[in-house]
Ligand binder design. Structure first.
Ligand SMILES: [Zn+2]
Ligand SMILES: [Zn+2]
Length: 190
C-alpha cells in the first residue's frame, strides 16, 4: 500500500480499494482489472460505487442502468453521464471497431471524470432547475389567466347578447303597442 502515497500530489480523496473493481452489475469476463484499478485511482474513471435504487439529490442517475451514483463519468462528445460499469460494458475490448457514443452516436467514444460535483456546481444546477420550474409556473399561471379572461369575455359577450336581445324584444313589442295605441289615440282625437 506504500506505493499509493505517490498519488497525493493533487488533493483528491483516496478511493476506497473496494471501489476500484466492478461491483458485479455485469459480468466482465475480459476486463483488465489492474488497468481499471489504475484508471480509478488516477481519477480517470469514476470509482465503481455500488449503484443505489433510490434517487437522492446528491446522487446522479446513470442513464444506462438507471442506478444512482455519487459521481459519474462524462462523455467527451456530449457530456452525458455514465457509470464506470456501464462504460466498461460499452467498450468492447475484443473488437477493433471504435466505440460509438451511446447518446449522440459520435465515433471514438471517450469519457472523462471530473470527480464528485462540488457543492457550488450542485448549487448552480439547483438554481438553474429552480429557475426553469418558476418559469414554467409563470407560464402556466399566464395561461390560466388568459383562459379566465377569455372565459370572462365570452360570458360578458353572451350576457350582453342576451340583454340586448331581451331589450330589443321588449322594445319591439313595447314600442309597437305604444306607437299603435298612440297613433290610434291620435287618430281618434282628430
Ligand atoms: Zn450505469
Ligand atoms: Zn456523445
Amino acid at each position: 500500500m506504500g506505493n499509493q502515497v505517490g498519488g497525493g500530489r493533487r488533493s483528491r480523496p483516496a478511493v476506497e480499494e473496494r471501489y476500484t473493481r466492478p461491483q458485479g452489475l455485469y459480468p466482465h469476463p475480459d476486463i483488465d482489472l489492474k488497468k481499471l484499478r489504475r484508471l480509478i485511482l488516477e481519477a480517470k474513471l469514476a470509482p465503481c460505487f455500488p449503484g443505489s435504487d433510490d434517487p437522492r439529490p446528491d446522487l446522479d442517475e446513470c442513464p444506462i442502468c438507471f442506478l444512482f451514483y455519487p459521481s459519474l463519468n462524462r462523455s467527451k462528445c456530449c457530456a452525458k453521464g455514465i457509470c464506470t460499469e456501464c462504460f466498461l460494458q460499452m467498450r468492447t475490448p475484443t473488437s477493433c471497431r471504435p466505440t460509438q457514443c451511446p447518446y449522440c452516436k459520435m465515433v471514438s467514444y471517450a469519457v472523462e471524470y471530473r470527480g464528485v460535483k462540488t457543492k457550488e456546481e450542485k448549487g448552480n444546477e439547483q438554481i438553474e432547475e429552480q429557475r426553469v420550474i418558476e418559469a414554467q409556473i409563470r407560464m402556466r399561471q399566464q395561461e390560466l389567466q388568459d383562459d379566465a379572461e377569455r372565459m370572462k369575455k365570452k360570458q360578458a359577450a353572451a350576457l350582453t347578447n342576451e340583454v340586448t336581445t331581451a331589450q330589443v324584444e321588449h322594445c319591439d313589442t313595447g314600442g309597437a303597442s305604444t306607437t299603435g295605441s298612440g297613433s290610434l289615440g291620435k287618430s281618434n282625437l282628430h
